[in-house]
Design a protein around this ligand. Structure first.
Ligand SMILES: Nc1ncnc2c1ncn2[C@@H]1O[C@H](COP(=O)(O)OP(=O)(O)OP(=O)(O)O)[C@@H](O)[C@H]1O
Length: 609
């Protein structure tokens, strides 16, 4: 793919890419070096009390990074990471207490401390993110899991040590300084790995999910599956931190798996700086160390002081401590259109999507029979029969509330309709989730532009290709490889000169065009467009019309266009279908429908069923 010829490259893109890569590398190198220096030189500088406290704080900081990846980057507010940490620590302490201590048993404890929380994380993820669950439900589960784990520890008797915990077992043969250095090196490694991951293309997927889960699903991704895997992986990382903690502290107690500790982790992450990686590290190190120091010096006042400090920090540094450190790194330039972006290149055509290949081009790409949809007793769609073939541009018109958007939903979510059949390229969509229907070759553009507000134009387009080009978990692709049709949309709308611009700065029309380009990036065979020209200028409308005509007439896609602008519909459609009060009342050529008395009656307010 990288051999493909460069089709477009703004004069600013290459130099600015270098400009932006430098601060990123500086941030990585600076963070890694600072943490390694702390790990290696700390024992020479600090007293024993500080070394003791900071060893624990650094382990907590590793745990806080897992909270940040889930909450800051993927948008899943979690109080449950303490449970995975506790399970890892207890698995270690129980093996070392009840089985014995040897290098082999320490290794066994490490395996158990990672695998058990990973399996638990997968189960918790599955319960939290099953199809149809809500963010609130996931957060409630994350509160319940630490409560259940803590209760199991209390009920465990001599096996878990109940409320007294476990103490007196032999961990690794390391001195206090040795544990400090080990914790510091592990924290440095985890921080750098997390920073590399969140800046990679795979890491951007988490931000995309946080921004707009529905759009992710309609780009062929499964946010549920991704979040389940993330929960399992971060459960394993928290378990590893638990293993280190059990070794370093020589004691485990039920409090380390409690939701109170889970909540503290969230507070540290928020005060340090959510979605920054550095934030949770600074938050955990700073607040845990400060709490430990103040609690010794002011046993009755320290919580009041810490509370006042929290309030002051929220007012003075709403973006967290990390904002102080990262202020000089990676700031975007003043002109959004001149932001860094990889050069555009043409991508080779993707492999045939999952649906049966269309050997006969006259065979329907979409076949709908007797489709119906009701909300309770309210029948929104009834007896819809529709067939669409490759190359057709079918406009779906009808007054407000006729059921047009509902029909689009029923064609892109296999669970949405109440009755009837719908097939894409001969394959029933029964029970298929939107991402699986996208894999059959369907692209959907929503009525209100559905893009990713926290990303740049180029990053949005890259997300649109993730289901086709597997993203790297440690790097950002050097080029932006898109289908020729998507590149043409970008050129016609001028977005090719704004690839580095943050989406939040785009106009309404630019967002509509960007979403259309993202849908076209999927190389769909059937495109569903819900009012793509709403709010656009005449020129922008003409551009979208030209693109749609090319996609259907020249490239053989089929398209269903929901549109209120009848002049636009007349100009570009090959067929018009009229929906009225949930029924398909007309299906014919442009001339036949436009001149029909039924349409005049419907649009003049008559035509009630
Ligand atoms: N989630 C829902 N629950 C209950 N009723 C709904 C729901 N979604 C849509 N409806 C109803 O279904 C009917 C059709 O709505 P729909 O949005 O599909 O119409 P439309 O033709 O797309 O209208 P518009 O042109 O205004 O977008 C409306 O009466 C609407 O109130």
């Amino acid at each position: 793919m990288s051999d493909a010829p460069a089709l477009s490259e703004t004069s600013a893109s290459r130099p600015s890419r270098r400009r932006r890569a430098a601060p990123r590398l500086a941030l990585l190198a600076g963070t890694g070096t600072a943490l390694l220096a702390l790990a290696l030189l700390g024992p020479e500088v600090f007293d024993r009390f500080t070394i003791n406290v900071l060893t624990r704080s650094m382990i907590y900081a590793m745990l806080a990074i897992t909270v940040d990846l889930l909450w800051g980057f993927a948008g899943v507010l979690t109080f449950g990471q303490a449970a995975f940490f506790g399970v890892g620590a207890y698995a270690t302490a129980m093996i070392l207490t009840h089985v014995g201590s040897s290098p082999a048993l320490l290794a066994l404890a490490l395996v158990a401390a990672v695998l058990i929380p990973a399996a638990m994380g997968w189960l918790v993820g599955w319960m939290s993110f099953y199809h149809g669950s809500t963010a609130f439900y996931a957060t409630v589960i994350s509160l319940l899991v630490p409560i259940v784990v803590t209760q199991l520890i209390y009920a465990g008797g001599a096996t878990t040590g109940s409320s007294s915990g476990l103490v007196g077992y032999w961990g690794m043969d390391l001195s206090l300084d040795g544990y400090f250095r080990l914790a510091g090196v592990c924290l440095a490694a985890m921080t750098v790995a997390a920073l590399v991951f969140v800046k990679s293309d795979a890491g951007r997927v988490l931000t995309a999910i946080r921004d707009n889960e529905l759009r992710c699903a309609y780009l062929g991704l499964s946010p549920q599956r991704i979040k389940i895997r993330l929960t399992a992986a971060l459960g394993a990382a928290a378990g590893f931190a638990g293993w280190l903690y059990a070794n370093a502290s020589g004691v485990v107690a039920p409090e380390i798996s409690s939701f109170v500790f889970g909540t503290e982790l969230v507070v540290w992450t928020a005060l340090g700086g959510r979605a920054t990686v550095l934030g949770p590290v600074l938050g955990a190190l700073g607040i845990d160390w400060l709490s430990a120091s103040l609690s010794g010096e002011m046993p009755f006042l320290w919580q009041l002081v810490i509370g006042a400090l929290f309030v002051a920090m929220i007012i003075v540094l709403p973006n967290g401590l990390a904002a102080l450190v990262t202020r000089g790194f990676g700031r975007r330039g003043g002109d959004p259109a001149m932001g860094a972006a990889p050069p555009l290149v043409e991508a080779p055509p993707a492999a045939e999507p999952g649906a049966a290949p269309l050997s006969d081009l006259s065979a329907p790409l979409l076949a709908v029979r007797d489709l119906s949809k009701s909300y309770g007793a309210h029948k929104v769609l009834q007896g819809i029969d529709l067939e669409i073939r490759p190359g057709e541009l079918v406009s779906l018109v009808g007054p407000n509330g006729a059921g047009k958007t509902t029909l689009m939903r029923c064609l892109t979510d296999g669970d949405a309709r109440s009755g009837g059949e719908a097939e894409i390229a001969g394959r029933s969509i029964d029970g298929l989730t939107p991402d699986r229907i996208v894999a059959l070759g369907v692209g959907r553009k929503f009525q209100v532009a559905s893009v990713f507000e926290s990303l740049t134009v180029a990053e949005c387009l890259r997300m649109a290709r993730v289901s086709i080009d597997r993203p790297s978990p440690w790097a950002s692709a050097e080029t932006l490889a898109l289908p020729a049709a998507a590149i043409e949309i970008l050129r016609l709308t001028g977005l090719d000169r704004m690839l580095g611009a943050p989406v939040s700065l785009l106009s309404h029309g630019q967002k509509q065009s960007l979403e259309l380009a993202m849908v076209v990036c999927l190389e769909p065979r059937l495109i569903l467009l819900d009012e793509p020209t709403a709010g656009l200028t005449k020129t922008e409308r003409a551009t979208i019309g030209a693109v749609l005509r090319k996609l259907t007439a020249e490239l053989g896609c089929a398209a269903i266009l929901v549109e209120h602008d009848l002049d636009f519909v007349r100009d570009i459609s090959s067929r018009i279908v009229v929906l009225h009060q949930g029924r398909l009342v007309l299906d014919g050529t442009v001339e036949a429908v436009v001149n029909s008395d039924t349409v005049r009656e419907i649009y003049s307010g008559g035509g009630h069923a």
